[in-house]
Design a protein around this ligand. Structure first.
Ligand code: 13P
Length: 249
């Protein structure tokens, strides 16, 4: 963790669960964890009901994607303002599943991030290398390039968040070594400070990829790791809370 940054544990529920299950899972998290901010990102269609269920709680609600345009002829898409209106405060953007499955490149992600900022949503921009890129020794250059291309002006002052999610660690049970995580987070911090100045010293940098109660404490002890973006383990309330409780006080 970084001194002076309040940690954030965010759950990315991806495309899982019914509306009833989403509300029930959210309610199980209602009490929160002292000293840690909790955020849950249900499927976009469940955002409003979950946000209503979480009113007055310590848990924020976010979305998993938005369109870059304010409005228009975009069948099936959802704008950042619509998500804000539905009760979201955050939105995950540029997740590797969207980069891979929906051909989103850095320019696309940057446009969506600008739209999120314009609507008053806090963007969580995801970056991360594939296994082939890591094996070729390119992890740091890939992450640096993605950061440069995906993050617009105004991101840091608006409280934008970055999540490092190595593609090969997502849903696989495999994680980088603690040294590898620390090296990438240091690279990200310095790249952001170079570009945005000292304000980026308080930008939250999350790690994501097979975070579980068993490995969370080791990851959270690393410098410049200010929380986690959790997939599978965020679908089990006890596991999500155990991960949040693993954050050092
Ligand atoms: P897992 O925690 O299931 O590996 O997923 C990570 C992720 O993609 C969060 O956005």
């Amino acid at each position: 963790m970084t001194p002076g940054i309040r940690p954030l544990i965010a759950g990315n529920w991806k495309m899982h669960g019914s509306l009833r299950e989403a509300v029930r899972l959210a309610e199980a998290l209602r009490g929160g964890v002292p000293g840690v901010d909790l955020l849950i990102c249900p499927p976009n269609v469940h955002v409003h009901s979950v946000a209503v269920a979480m009113l007055g709680s310590r848990v924020a609600v976010g979305a998993q994607d938005c369109h870059a345009a304010l409005q228009g002829a975009h069948t099936g898409d959802v704008s950042a303002a619509m998500l804000r209106d539905a009760g979201a405060t955050h939105v995950i953007l540029g997740h590797s599943e969207r980069r891979a499955n929906h051909a989103e490149d850095d320019t696309t992600v940057c446009g969506k991030t600008e739209a999120a900022l314009a609507a008053g949503l806090i963007p969580i921009v995801c970056v991360g290398e594939t296994e082939a890129e890591r094996l070729a020794g390119h992890a740091e250059s890939v992450v640096t390039r993605q950061l440069e291309g995906s993050i617009p002006y105004g991101f840091v002052t608006a409280g934008g968040i970055v999540a490092y999610e190595p593609v090969w660690a997502i849903g696989t049970g495999r994680t980088p070594t603690e040294e590898e995580v620390a090296a990438i987070h240091d690279t990200m911090r310095e790249a952001l400070v170079d570009r945005f100045g000292p304000a980026a010293r308080t930008t939250r940098l999350l790690y994501g990829g097979s975070v579980k109660p068993a490995n969370a404490a080791g990851i959270f002890a690393l410098p410049d790791v200010d929380g986690a973006l959790v997939g599978g383990a965020s679908l089990v309330a006890a596991d999500f809370l155990a991960i949040a409780r693993a954050m050092p006080e």
